[in-house]
Design a protein around this ligand. Structure first.
Ligand code: ADP
Length: 300
């Protein structure tokens, strides 16, 4: 039996891609796509040639997070062309192929695997420094396929995104053991939504009345501070949202012997950037999370 022709085709396509990074999470909603999107933006801002491939077939959120909703993929004689955000940042998502974004994609394993294979085989990326792959949550069929296909051409490793909550951390352990089993290096774990951090100037201050109404006193509070203690206006106020009494991701990474990359706070401005489909890095538009994200990316 000769070599699998699909694997040969994938290896040929991927020959022009220097680094391949998989972004994983144990659960949905922990910020995996947000991180993938911002990682891709950051790498592109460093002048690398970047591709972002979204294989979260049941919930493709990448088009929205890069401001590419409603775009379509075109065929050329070289293959499927990604949609470009900038000349050095191309995006490929199942989201571009769905006629109606509200429609649920109910596909069984083989069809999903077929599509992933096709993405890897048929997309014409050209020369890439980095291919960032936003995987679906969990460790299912799709993960095994993508790892198998990518391993044939070399994969740098995986970044695992989690929240500090125990329920999310338990699933991260599974992700780590999945990576170990299939022989993918864990580049590190990112603890996202780690506390709520905002500048004081981003807060709305209220005083509750006796019947539970909120009286907005923001102007009064900020006016007072501007006058009495202007240096306080840069203070960042953080509070714990999730219970991290078990030591959170830091402790878990220590126990499992994988690198801990850092904590990204819940940042309303990061949420807004994701909603509006823009980068966090130009003009430090993401308030308190941009510097943290940047330091994480620099560790990779
Ligand atoms: P996943 O890909 O893990 O399902 P998403 O990246 O889609 O999760 O994130 C879920 C939601 O949470 C999105 O609306 C996103 O904008 C928001 N979000 C993610 N991380 C943060 C953060 N650190 N601060 C604020 N909002 C965030």
């Amino acid at each position: 039996k000769g070599p699998d022709p699909d694997l040969v085709a994938i290896a040929e396509r991927m020959a022009t891609v220097k680094h391949k990074i998989l972004v994983l999470s144990g659960k949905g909603g922990v910020g995996k796509s947000t991180f993938s999107a911002q990682l891709s933006y950051a790498l592109a801002a460093m002048d690398f040639q970047v591709g972002l491939m979204d294989i979260d077939i049941c919930g493709p959120s990448i088009p929205k997070m890069l401001g590419l909703e409603g775009q379509e993929i075109h065929q050329s004689n070289l293959g499927w062309s990604p949609v470009y955000v900038e000349s050095n940042l191309g995006v490929m998502s199942i989201g571009f192929m769905l006629p109606n974004p509200d429609e649920a994609v109910i596909w069984r394993g083989p069809r999903k695997n077929g599509l992933i294979k096709q993405f890897l085989k048929d997309v014409y990326w050209g020369e890439l420094d980095f291919l960032v792959v936003d995987a679906p949550p969990g460790t299912s069929d799709e993960h095994i396929s993508i790892v198998q296909y990518l391993q044939a051409t070399g994969i740098d490793g995986a970044i695992i995104v989690t929240t500090p909550q125990q329920v999310s951390l338990i699933d991260v352990r599974k992700e780590v053991s999945f990576c170990k089993k299939v022989g993918v290096e864990v580049l590190g774990v990112v603890e996202n939504m780690s506390g709520l951090c905002q500048r004081l100037t981003d807060f709305r201050f209220v005083k509750l009345t006796e019947n539970g109404e909120q009286n907005d006193i923001t102007e009064r509070v900020l006016g007072y501070m501007r006058e009495k203690a202007p240096e306080m206006l840069d203070v960042i106020a953080c509070s714990e949202v999730f219970d991290s009494s078990g030591g959170g991701a830091t402790q878990m990474c220590h126990e499992m012997g994988v690198p801990f990359l850092g904590k990204v706070p819940l940042d309303p401005q990061l949420c807004k950037a994701a909603e509006e489909g823009r980068s966090c890095f130009a003009d430090q538009k993401c308030g308190v999370s941009a510097p943290v994200l940047k330091s994480i990316i620099e560790k990779l």
